[in-house]
Structure formats: structure tokens, C-alpha cells
Design a protein around this ligand. Structure first.
Ligand code: SF4
Length: 379
């Protein structure tokens, strides 16, 4: 590997044994016009709160800052092959409007700044929020500073307007670009066009709209991602979140392979090129281990603007690439709107990269500590 990126990579301990692909890194350098982040050189690293974790560089924030709440508990009628409703399991159940009010007010009393509102789908990939809109409105009227991001699933214009009127701040939905994936993975008798119509209806409201593309959704293979990208580019949402399918949720009967990091990296480049002026974020749902390190490094090189709970070494990599590094102590539940809320609400805590790198190296030497004690540079 003999290019600028080589100089950048050498000496970043967590990357040294991550099996980075030198040829592909050269291709990334050639295609990524210097690793700028599209419209901004800043890159934000997000620390989730409801899923306890720590890396060498970023300490986890308090548990209640951005709770995830499900109006169906762990139930979902679709039971998509890549998820099997597992995404709902860690969420706080609130199956009635009264429960939602109790959960939200308890979280607010505990210091929560916002929440992700989600739930399982019916057989039409709709989440039945109807009975909850008056309570959402009441929460927003009584706690106007409390932000609410919602997993909308598929909607029509009437439902999108109801969400808007109830005070939802951020509307998020998965955009699927291949009919075979809709039919086989989601077991859904709907069309790809229904996903575009839903995005269009949401984009016509005042809500901040954040579509997600799940990379490798067709059993670990890439199929409709580029068509989904075209759909997103046509409707100019506030930001685009990419996540990568995690095989371990799938059943043995319908297994998923782990998406190939280079193929995922190439899609990051295509996404950066397709939406150059849009915040492009990598959500926290992605395979773990060395694959995660490769995927995260390719995302930084491709020019994404944010990564939720990044792998070790990413702060140092971004710093060496001359990116302006920011840390945002915000939740991210399977990559979700918090990034956008963080983008909007928090300018992030600008860390002193040199301090972080020194800390990372010392931590590398004595695996286990956290970021505590690193001075934060405000403003
Ligand atoms: S992805 Fe959504 S609709 Fe599919 S099983 Fe998971 S919760 Fe249900």
C-alpha cells in the first residue's frame, strides 16, 4: 500500500491487524476526492446510551438520554428474515397511550432529551400508531424541548400528516429497492413503489425525514441498494443513514451471509457521490469484530459525516485524514434518527484528537480503561 492513505494507516494499532484491503484502499483514495465529507469536512462520532458499550476512545453516556420505546413491545407481525422482531427486544414497551405517557414522563423526569418511538408492523408493514397520536401531541405540548424520532414504516399522505400534526420531529423509514427483497425477506405483498410513495409523503411534511438503507438486506447480498439510493436522491430528505445487515438475527432456515466489506465500502462511495450535499451517516447496526473495523474505516475514507459507536481507531484515522472530529453523546438505536437529532441539537463535543490518540495508545497497551479524564475542548 503506497499512497497517502498508507501514511495515514500506519501506526493505527486497531487497524494494523484488521485485514484492510490495500488495493481497495487505493481505489477509495482515487475515488473519494481526498476523503472530504461531501458538503462538510466534519465527522461526528455518536455514543449510544441504551446499549452499554465502550471503545478505547469514547465513553458511553448516561443510560436514559435517548430511550427507545416500542408500542408493540417485542411483537411484530412481519418477522422479516433479517430481524425477526429482535430489534424491538431492547426497547421499553408502551402498548397503550396511557403507558406511553407514563414511560415518556418517567424518562423526561430521569433526564431524557428525546426518544425513539417504534413498534412492530402489521402485515402491510405499517406500525399502528393511530391511538397514540393524541398522547404524542400532549407530550410535545407539555415538554416542547423533548425530541421524538419515529420509525414510521410505510405510510400514505394522510398518516404522514397525522404524524406531523402530532409533533414528531424526525420520521425514519427503511427504503427497499428490490421487489424480491420486499417479497422474500420482508414477506410483504407490497411494491417497491410503496416505499417511494411513503418517502414522498413524509418528505412533503415539515418533519425531518431520515430514510435508512440496509446494506446487504437480500440475505447478505447487495441487490436493491442502488435503486433505493436513487429513490432517496429523488426526494432530498434531511439525511441518509446506512446500516449493514447483521446475520446473527437471521434463522438457520433462512441464513444471511456477512456482507463483504469491500462491496459495502464501494456502496458507501456510490452513496457519497449520489448525495454529495446530504448528511450521510453510518448507523450502529452492522456486523462486529474485524468486519466492523474494515467497514468503519471504509466509511471514513469514503467521506461519511457520522458513525454511530465507531470501531477502535476511527477517531485517529479521521484525525489523520484532516477531518474535523466531533463527539456527540447521543443514543443510536439501530441507527436511527438520533444522529440527525444530534446533528441538529448538539454541535458535538470537539475532542482534542492528540489527547485521544495518546489515550488510545495507552489504553491499547493496558486494554480496559475508558475516555474518562480526557479534557474536552468546548466551542
Ligand atoms: S425490521 Fe421491523 S418490520 Fe421487520 S421484523 Fe424487524 S421490527 Fe418487524
Amino acid at each position: 500500500m503506497s499512497n497517502r492513505f498508507d501514511a495515514v494507516f500506519r501506526g493505527i494499532e486497531p487497524l494494523e491487524d484488521a485485514g484492510m484491503d490495500c488495493e481497495f484502499i487505493a481505489e477509495l483514495e482515487a475515488r473519494s476526492n481526498g476523503a472530504g465529507g461531501g458538503h462538510t469536512n466534519r465527522i461526528n462520532f455518536y455514543t449510544p446510551s441504551f446499549k452499554a458499550y465502550e471503545t478505547s476512545e469514547i465513553a458511553g453516556c448516561g443510560k436514559s438520554a435517548w430511550p427507545a420505546v416500542s408500542i408493540t413491545g417485542g411483537e411484530c407481525k412481519l418477522a422479516c428474515d433479517h430481524c425477526q422482531a429482535r430489534i424491538l427486544e431492547p426497547m421499553i414497551p408502551a402498548r397503550t397511550p396511557e403507558e406511553l405517557w407514563r414511560v415518556a414522563t418517567a424518562q423526561i423526569a430521569g433526564g431524557a432529551q428525546g426518544m425513539l418511538l417504534s413498534g412492530g408492523s402489521n402485515h402491510r408493514n405499517e406500525v399502528e400508531y393511530d391511538a397514540f397520536y393524541p398522547t404524542i401531541r400532549r407530550i410535545k405540548d407539555e415538554f416542547p424541548g423533548f425530541r421524538i424520532a419515529m420509525h414510521t414504516a410505510l405510510v400514505d399522505e394522510r398518516i404522514a400528516r397525522r404524524m406531523e400534526r402530532s409533533g414528531i420531529d424526525v420520521a425514519m423509514m427503511d427504503v427497499i429497492g428490490a421487489q424480491d427483497t420486499v417479497t422474500q425477506v420482508y414477506h410483504l405483498k407490497r411494491r417497491v413503489a410503496d416505499f417511494e410513495r411513503s418517502l414522498q409523503a413524509l418528505a412533503a411534511t415539515s418533519m425531518k425525514v431520515v430514510p435508512h438503507i440496509v446494506v446487504g438486506l437480500h440475505y447478505g447480498r447487495m441487490l436493491g441498494e442502488w435503486n433505493a439510493l436513487d429513490i432517496v436522491a429523488r426526494h432530498r430528505p434531511a439525511a441518509l443513514v446506512l446500516v449493514v445487515v447483521m446475520p446473527f438475527y437471521a434463522s438457520a432456515a433462512r441464513p444471511f451471509v456477512t456482507p463483504e466489506p469491500r462491496a459495502v465500502g464501494r456502496f458507501f462511495l456510490d452513496a457519497r457521490a449520489a448525495v454529495p450535499d446530504m448528511p450521510l451517516l453510518l448507523g450502529c447496526a452492522r456486523p462486529a469484530g474485524a468486519v466492523k473495523t474494515q467497514i468503519d474505516a471504509y466509511a471514513v475514507l469514503a467521506g461519511v459525516n457520522g458513525i454511530a459507536h465507531p470501531a477502535d481507531g476511527m477517531v485517529e484515522l479521521a484525525t489523520r485524514l484532516g477531518r474535523e472530529v466531533r463527539i456527540t453523546p447521543a443514543c443510536c438505536s439501530i441507527a436511527l434518527g438520533e444522529e440527525v437529532l444530534a446533528l441538529e441539537a448538539h454541535e458535538g463535543v470537539r475532542i482534542d484528537p492528540a489527547q485521544v490518540i495518546a489515550h488510545e495508545r495507552s489504553r491499547g497497551r493496558r486494554r480496559g480503561g475508558s475516555l474518562a479524564g480526557i479534557p474536552i475542548v468546548r466551542g
